[in-house]
Design a protein around this ligand. Structure first.
Ligand code: GLP
Length: 240
């Protein structure tokens, strides 16, 4: 039975504020927290607030470890559209975290199978993810787990769907430069996190939001796997 906790917010600012409060609580309770991070436009407000709180001395990341959900395959970490670049720009370069404690899947190396295994091992070695933040794709993907992905999946390589390519092409100078595959934590990897926060913002996510609300659980809709987890908070704005 689904136990998702739903928090409706007035707007994107409030959504970001509540999410950053939950992050702050987690890190203050356990300074060595392992945090799972997401990219996309939705968590940017959260990351801005974490940077502000860190600069104001309210919150330290000095003993925190982070693991990102995903990265494109075959993209240089210095490419502005890479998730490595995104994380440095929006969070990592601006807080007091130790760079060696920030992990992002390595989509640019030759042995991608190995990169997947190594990533899983690194997560296990760290003690597992305490708090994972997620966004949602218009097709219900979480990380880059597209519809049809097994709920038993660990970190793996995925072929991106047309819907995801269309949604994300805007981040590339030339749309045709967008990679067609990615490396992502699997659904099982995500569900192993002790706590999960899902952020949903804006009209384009209305269909995905409504479908999640129904409580139906199906591999055709990856976010529905969250109904199987005991501690998920959904914070939303601009959808009903
Ligand atoms: C990408 C990422 C997801 C993210 C989704 C939504 O495809 N791989 O992790 O949740 O986009 O992005 P946005 O927040 O920009 O809508």
């Amino acid at each position: 039975m689904s136990s998702l906790k739903w928090i409706e917010t007035k707007n994107y600012d409030e959504l970001s504020e509540i999410a950053s409060d939950l992050f702050e609580q987690q890190i203050k309770q356990k300074p060595t927290s392992v945090i799972g991070l997401a990219t996309g436009s939705t968590p940017i407000g959260l990351y801005n607030r974490l940077v502000e709180r860190n600069k104001a001395g309210i919150l330290t990341f000095k003993d925190v470890t982070t693991f990102n959900l995903d990265e494109y395959v075959g993209i240089d970490p210095n490419n502005k559209a890479s998730y490595h670049y995104f994380m440095n720009e929006h969070l990592i370069d601006h807080i007091d975290i130790k760079k060696e404690n920030t992990y992002i899947p390595e989509g640019h190396i030759n042995d991608l199978e190995k990169a997947c295994h190594v990533y899983e091992e690194q997560i296990q070695k760290s003690g597992g993810i305490d708090l994972q933040v997620l966004g949602i794709g218009v097709n219900g993907h979480i990380g880059f787990n597209e519809p049809g992905t097994s709920f038993d999946s660990l970190t793996h390589i995925v072929e991106l769907t047309q819907s995801t390519i269309e949604a994300n092409q805007k981040y590339f100078d030339k749309p045709e430069d967008m990679p067609k595959s990615a490396i992502t934590m699997g659904i099982k990897t995500i569900l192993q996190a002790r706590k999960i926060i899902l952020l949903i913002s804006g009209e384009s996510k209305q269909d995905a939001f409504s479908r999640l609300r129904t409580g139906e659980i199906t591999e055709d809709f990856p976010a529905s796997s969250l109904h199987l987890h005991p501690d998920v908070t959904v914070i939303y704005s601009g959808v009903k």
